[in-house]
Ligand binder design. Structure first.
Ligand code: ZN
Length: 461
């Protein structure tokens, strides 16, 4: 007899959905057997429900400060929010401060996370200072299990931007040390000029955040990143792609055989630039900005065709009060929004329930492909024997209106407020244990583990 059986559900297997029982032994999936035949000491009845591989959200910022604000979620509470949203693995970020060592930034982040983290996590290492000493640390960082470096092509005022020469040198060394790059790709020069002009003209409404970041700023930066990738051999993953025209660049690079992947985010699929005309427009300021509905259709097409390989949350839980503090000018609003918990019901509703993508493609975007790209595709992202028993059980019939009160944390607003959604997780199973049932966290702080990552497996077009 197994320890746990998830019985009679529609199980989304790597080759498609099937009525089956999932047998779990200890922390691991033991077998998939015919529906109704599994025996387990504990049983979850999944009749009428869908059993998904536990979500992998590879773009999450817990416990951060930016532009003078602090996030609501840390590694305990943010992890619980993720688990409530069916996500069992995240990749967060460690920060190298300018003038500081890369490894000390990494170790600092492990110390913040390890004692309290409630789900499995990996880290991208943010690089802000490229010099001979720091380039020499990359091999040791890779040996610690970090497989990706994050670079911001923008945000000089926040001490984050890496200019082209340094980026190029970093990519050359990263290629040698088998690290990939995850990129915030926006053209700093154009944006800084447009922002300065807008502010000088007195255009401070949040809509100017979007107007000063036109699609060309994303497209040019992505195109530059692909050229650097081709020249240096360093694999590149484009974070939070929203300019639909850039999808053609990703596709062309992939067809050439270049190691280039890209993601978009939940909010770019659910929201468009008209949100910046709502009563609280500052709550919809994130970078890159919300764009047109026509652009949104291009994102769905990219997801459907598998050119975009993940939908991530880019979670950052600045509170409503924190967002409002900077609201007098688009240039002073803390960028970003929460979404770690909403990613599952929003993507399921807009994607599967409304017929834009298949259930299998949903599982690939929500879990399988991010696990592969970020180096833990041998243990996460699939419902298959030998894989970690990380699962989300959802009820496709149950509808619920999302809002600030449905989130785990007291963020004070919800960017998806008022949307009627399906696809809420009734149970989340983490390493063989039911860790969330009907929204209640049953696990313990510190149960999560740091994931040492292998090299990427990139999905084929
Ligand atoms: Zn981000």
């Amino acid at each position: 007899m197994s320890d746990l059986v998830i019985a009679n559900g529609t199980v989304v297997l790597p080759d498609g959905p099937r009525q089956a029982d999932v047998l779990i032994s200890g922390e691991t999936i033991e077998a998939i057997v015919d529906a109704g035949t599994g025996q387990g000491a504990e049983r979850v009845d999944a009749t009428g429900r869908i059993v998904l591989p536990g979500g992998v959200d590879p773009h999450v910022h817990l416990m951060v400060g930016f532009m003078g604000q602090r996030s609501i979620y840390d590694f305990e509470s943010g992890g619980i929010a993720a688990l409530r949203g069916g996500t069992t693995t995240i990749v967060d970020f460690a920060l190298q401060r300018r003038g500081g060592s890369i490894l000390s930034g990494f170790r600092h982040r492990r110390k913040q996370a390890d004692p309290v983290v409630t789900l499995d996590y990996g880290l991208h290492q943010i690089i802000t200072d490229v010099n001979a000493d720091t380039l020499g640390e990359l091999a040791a960082l890779r040996a610690e299990g970090v497989a990706s470096l994050k670079v911001y092509m923008i945000y000089e005022e926040d001490g984050l931007k890496v200019e082209d020469g340094a980026l190029y040198a970093l990519m050359q060394q990263a290629a040698r040390d088998e690290l990939m790059l995850v990129l915030h790709a926006e053209n700093a020069g154009i944006i800084e000029r447009l922002r300065a002009e807008a502010v000088a003209a007195g255009h401070t409404h949040p809509r100017w955040h979007a107007r000063t970041r036109p699609p060309i700023t994303e497209i040019e930066a992505i195109s530059r990143a692909i050229l650097f990738c081709e020249d240096t051999g360093c694999p590149v993953h484009i974070l939070h792609l929203v300019a639909g025209q850039a999808i053609d660049l990703i596709e062309a690079a992939r067809r050439k055989g270049l190691p280039v992947t890209a993601e978009t985010c939940t909010h770019y699929l659910a929201l468009d630039e008209s949100a910046l005309e709502r009563p609280n427009p500052h709550e919809y300021v994130m970078s890159p900005p919300l764009r047109s509905t026509a652009n949104q259709a291009m994102l769905w097409e990219g997801l459907k065709r598998g050119v975009l390989n993940a939908v991530t949350s880019d979670e950052v839980s600045y509170s409503a009060a924190a967002k409002a503090m900077g609201a007098a000018s688009f240039a002073t609003i803390a960028n970003g929004c929460t979404g770690i918990e909403a990613r599952l019901p929003v993507l399921y509703t807009l994607g599967v329930a409304e017929g834009r993508i298949s259930l299998q493609r949903f599982a690939e975007l929500f879990s399988t492909w991010p696990a592969d790209i970020f180096g833990f595709g041998d243990s996460k992202g699939r419902i298959a024997p030998g894989y970690d028993a990380d699962l989300a059980v959802i009820d496709p019939q149950k509808k619920r209106v999302i809002g600030k009160d449905t989130d785990y944390g007291d963020v004070g607003y919800n960017p998806y407020e008022g949307m009627e959604l399906t696809g809420w997780a009734s149970e989340t199973i983490y390493r063989g244990k039911v860790t969330v049932r009907d929204g209640e966290f049953l696990g313990t702080p510190g149960q999560g583990r740091f994931l040492r990552r292998a090299n990427a497996k990139r999905p084929q077009l």
